[in-house]
Design a protein around this ligand. Structure first.
Ligand code: ZN
Length: 196
């Protein structure tokens, strides 16, 4: 799990997010309930209760989420390519709007099979999405939600492979926020289609 440095209060299974409806609101809600089922805690995706914002989010999701998830899958593949095939954990990755109250930008759920990575693409600028994927991939590779020595080794290996400066000291306090990502002003703006 990568904590959002702005908010220091306290990281999901196959292609199971399937929707058959053609109604944008239904399609968006199906997607949100799909990612809820993959989160560490379903309440991490609380937008389903936000009657004011959820319609615009669902419409945006129904039109754009496949393209966003394809991009995340490209980044996931770039991480896989840093390791031998037998060292690559089985991972699925999805974009999801994560509840502000949890204060996280992304998460890795080691309890699902395959391991699930959820990325809140509204919280950091798109050019830094790869950095969020790298942070969570290192959890999947280390097989642990902690930021200890094994995690530091996985993260450093990924950074070197992808041309990112590796963490210098390997201290937990640094690793929790590594690599550094540029935050957006309003996490929900991206999800509403309001590009900056
Ligand atoms: Zn973490």
């Amino acid at each position: 799990m990568r904590l959002n440095p702005q908010n220091t209060s306290p990281s999901l299974a196959g292609k199971l997010i399937v929707t058959t409806s053609t109604d944008p609101l239904t399609r968006g809600l199906d997607y949100l309930y799909g990612v809820r089922s993959l989160a560490l805690d379903p309440e991490m995706i609380d937008i389903v209760y936000d009657l004011e914002n959820r319609k615009s989010l669902c419409v945006w999701i129904s039109e754009h989420i496949d393209g966003v998830n394809r991009q995340l899958e490209n980044y996931l593949q770039a991480c896989h390519d840093c390791f031998h095939p037998w060292e690559q954990p089985a991972i699925q990755i999805y974009a999801a709007p994560l509840a502000q109250s949890f204060g996280i930008d992304a998460l890795c759920n080691l309890q699902t099979n395959p391991i699930t990575i959820l990325i809140d693409v509204g919280r950091v600028v798109p050019t830094d999405w790869l950095l969020l994927v790298v942070h969570e991939y290192a959890h999947a590779h280390a097989g642990s939600p902690g930021h200890h020595e094994k995690y530091a080794r996985s993260l450093s290996h990924l950074c070197l492979g992808l041309g990112i400066a590796p963490p210098e000291f390997g201290m937990e306090s640094q690793l929790r926020f590594y690599p550094d990502c540029r935050p957006t002003q309003n996490p929900l703006a991206f999800w509403r289609g309001e590009h900056y």
